[in-house]
Design a protein around this ligand. Sequence first.
Ligand SMILES: [Cu+2]
Length: 175
Amino acid sequence: MVRKFVIGAVGAFACLSAASAHVTLEREEAPVGASYKAVLRVPHGCAGSPTTAIRTRVPAGIIGVKPMPKPGWQLNTVTGKYQKPYTLRGAPVSEGVTEISWSGGKLLDAHYDEFVFIGVIAEQLAGTPVLYFPVVQECEKGVHRWIEIPTGKPSEGHGTGSAEPAAALRLLPKK
Ligand SMILES: [Cu+2]
């Protein structure tokens, strides 16, 4: 699965001219130490081709992850060891869901949809400015690999030199 996170540019050029949003997070900022609902927004396909799979790698420090099943799509997860132990609701955790995929569905380019999972932003992430959620969007024809770590601010994904920017979450201090 990790091998699939390779950069591709063709589809990105088509998207830049369309001035539409790429795959982004509904909430682009959230405090550490709190639960977070990651809503990945998919506003278009690949150069007009329908989306058939969405795969994402959960950033380190997003723990206790649970994905939302989607009717008509097969949901798969990969569980793995965290790079370091975290604390989840007062208890130590050392492993969890690290990758999620929704596949086998069909989202037309003319339609919009969201792919959702919940988790907790570990307190240990305090001081980290931004987390990136790499997403691979597979289509009937073509693929978008939204994996580039853009230069500039997260909410300026477009036009900062990133053809296929990874979805970004700005971390705020603990409430
Ligand atoms: Cu786009």
